[in-house]
Design a protein around this ligand. Structure first.
Ligand code: PHB
Length: 397
């Protein structure tokens, strides 16, 4: 059994795990990153697209980052309801913007940066156990994963570290060692998003969040030639159930006033909604961050941004712990992170509830929802809250 050690063992090569390894390396701290997926899988999985201003400020400091050259700044979004569009202009409300730069492009930048710096990233390695986190020498056990996704028993690696970080997504292994089920909080939603990727030019300059009698739709983008669109559906919808023509009819009916530019749909998926916050984010010499620690519904585009906020806090705390043996900031990590996490949970829930049609909503609920939307777009205070939350609160470090 090969035995090795590092300063920080990071489980998960998503945006959180990779950015953490970068920030630790800047502080002179060694880490090893594990991920059960291959590099190609990580770089080709289509996920979120919107980066907060603060996320861009951090990512653009990476050598070779393409976020400012290949990403697109968006100065606003449109809220559409009752047949009319209402633009929320971010710079005039809060002096900030967001960037459309797909998560898999962020990952390509981060992986290139880490490999160029000599970072040890174990792709196709699944962490199968975490031990010793209540002492000062925790360890992770990992196995190689074969081409069929099966763990290869004879490939076991034991890695000792000073701290273990779970950045391993919503099915986190590290969470099982760290979090407390009793105090975890979650809610389900009675709808999901049907997402499509299509080859077509953009249908609008900015993202359209549309509340219609038929349900919610979001017209988003990926590039000049590829677009991402979603419509609200039942969580049990079979993605293959609709023909392409039906998908276009459904989307089009939900954005009255805009003629969608159609093209071949080359990917479709159903995204279930969940809000979740783990009951404990840190236990002894381990912590969880990103989707391992919390999940938000996608409506507010907060998922990846919240993960980045966790990373900044944790990198500072681990710097103090590993380099100076100072535990103050690691002790404060969970409380400070949770402050932002619950604000983002609220914002994501609020955008979701304001824009979607709940299956059992009656006529009163429907009129109330339109009243809520009008309260936002007809008030500078309302629009400013939306703009402030959407573009991201300043990071506390
Ligand atoms: C996306 O483009 O995937 C996207 C954009 C905005 C959201 C959610 C998803 O609020």
């Amino acid at each position: 059994m090969p035995l090795a050690s590092t300063q920080v063992a990071i489980v998960g090569a998503g945006p959180a795990g990779l950015l953490l390894s970068h920030l630790l390396a800047e502080r002179g701290i060694d880490s090893v990153v594990f991920d059960r997926r291959t590099r190609t899988e990580i770089e080709s999985t289509i996920r979120a697209g919107i980066l907060e201003q603060g996320t861009v400020d951090i990512l653009s400091t990476l050598p070779g980052s393409r976020v400012l050259t290949d990403g697109n700044r968006h100065d606003g979004i449109e809220l559409r309801f009752a047949g009319e569009g209402h633009r929320i202009d971010f710079p005039s409300l809060v002096g900030r913007s967001v960037w459309l730069y797909p998560q898999h492009e962020v990952l390509k930048d981060l992986i290139a940066d880490r490999l160029a710096a000599g970072q040890d990233i174990r792709f196709s390695h699944e962490v199968t156990g975490v031990s010793g986190i209540d002492g000062d020498r925790p360890a992770v056990r990992a196995h190689a994963v074969d081409g069929d996704g099966e763990v290869v028993p004879e490939t076991v690696i034991e890695l000792a570290a000073q701290f273990v970080v779970g950045a391993d997504g919503s099915r986190s292994v590290v969470r099982q060692a760290v979090a407390d089920r009793e105090t975890s909080r979650y809610r389900e939603y009675p709808f999901a998003w049907f997402g499509v990727l299509c080859e077509a030019p953009p249908s609008a300059d900015e993202l359209i969040y549309s509340n219609s009698d038929a349900g919610f739709a979001l017209i988003s983008q990926r590039s000049d030639t590829v677009q991402r669109m979603y419509f609200q559906c039942d969580p049990d919808t079979d993605p293959e159930r609709f023909s392409e023509a039906e998908l276009w009819d459904t989307l089009q009916a939900r954005v009255p006033g805009t003629t969608l530019r159609e093209g071949p749909i080359f990917q479709r998926d159903v995204l279930r909604f969940r809000s979740f916050v783990a009951g404990r984010l840190r236990r002894g010499r381990a912590a969880i961050i990103g989707d391992a620690a919390h999940t938000v519904p996608p409506t507010g585009a907060k998922g990846m941004n919240l993960a980045i906020a966790d990373v900044l806090l944790l990198a500072d705390a681990l710097g103090d712990l590993v380099l100076e043996g100072d535990e103050h900031r690691i002790d404060a990590f969970a409380d400070i992170a949770l402050h932002r996490i619950w604000k983002a949970q609220h914002f994501s829930w609020w955008m979701t509830s304001m824009l979607h049609r709940t299956p059992d909503a009656g006529a009163f609920d429907r009129e109330r929802q339109l009243g809520e939307l009008r309260s936002v777009v007809e008030s500078d205070a309302g629009k400013t809250y939306l703009a402030e939350a959407y573009t991201g609160w300043p990071f506390s470090r």
